[in-house]
Design a protein around this ligand. Structure first.
Ligand code: HEM
Length: 209
């Protein structure tokens, strides 16, 4: 950071050393070294474990639904609804905690200040009032907003880069590995975990080109 404060380069730290934030009382200040370090840690943690796990979930969903695997192989533009449906059906981050700052009543439930609540985006993504047959992976369903990337002021900062990475990676895999299929002799993949959820392994076979 001291080096970037002395001389800016074409990188994120250089942007951050010049950035200003407003405190709650409106006072503006440039970010301290601790704030920049904290932001870099958040980006590293939030951006590294999530995308590859969500990509694994999406690949597994395709491999378990060969009709969709065939369709996206023929027409990669279908990856968009496939990726969004995988984010709805099995988000890698299905739950996040919130610290309650003031006494609140939510859907008739009284929540005192100081409580910690766990908002389960994964459950909202399967709310039968919003989604028909919510437990079914169906990229053909009408596109609607979901909470796979959260919502509101803390919505995922990296959602567009994550979508781009997953699209690029899966399109590349489908193009380069013909007749990709689950290995029938390997243990069936399982999606596990509450945070950074994903399949532990997705063993596959393909035909050499
Ligand atoms: C498919 C991949 C990803 C998924 C499913 C995902 C999911 C989420 C979710 C659900 C939240 C909301 C957390 C909350 O409400 O407390 C979030 C926040 C965040 N994500 Fe992602 N994320 C992904 C990839 C990334 C990437 C690649 C980056 C960075 C390059 C990133 C950076 C962040 C940051 C910084 C936040 C905090 C935003 C804030 O609190 O204002 N995420 N992400």
């Amino acid at each position: 950071m001291p080096a970037r404060r002395a001389q800016q380069e074409d990188d994120l730290i250089s942007v951050l050393v010049q950035a200003e934030v407003a405190d709650e009382d409106g006072t503006r200040h440039v970010l301290t070294d601790e704030e920049i370090l904290g932001f870099a840690f958040i980006l590293l943690a939030a951006g590294s474990g999530t995308t590859w796990k969500q990509m694994g979930i999406t690949m597994l969903a395709l491999l378990e639904h060969p009709e969709w695997l065939a369709r996206v192989t023929d027409d990669p533009t279908l990856l968009r609804p496939v990726i969004e449906e995988a984010l709805r059906w099995q988000p890698t981050d299905p739950a996040f905690a919130r610290y309650v700052v003031s006494d609140t009543t939510l859907a008739g439930v009284e929540i005192p200040a100081g409580a910690v609540i766990h908002t389960v985006f994964g459950a909202a993504n399967r709310d039968p009032a919003r989604w028909d047959n919510p437990d079914v992976f169906d990229p053909g369903r009408p596109l609607q907003t979901h909470l796979g990337f959260g919502g509101g002021r803390h919505i995922c900062l990296g959602m567009h880069v994550a979508r781009t990475e997953i699209t690029t990676a899966i399109a590349g895999i489908l193009q380069r590995l013909p007749d990709l299929r689950l290995d029938p002799d390997a243990p069936p993949p399982k999606i596990t975990g509450m945070y950074e959820r994903g399949p532990t392994a997705v063993p596959v076979l393909w035909d050499p080109a």
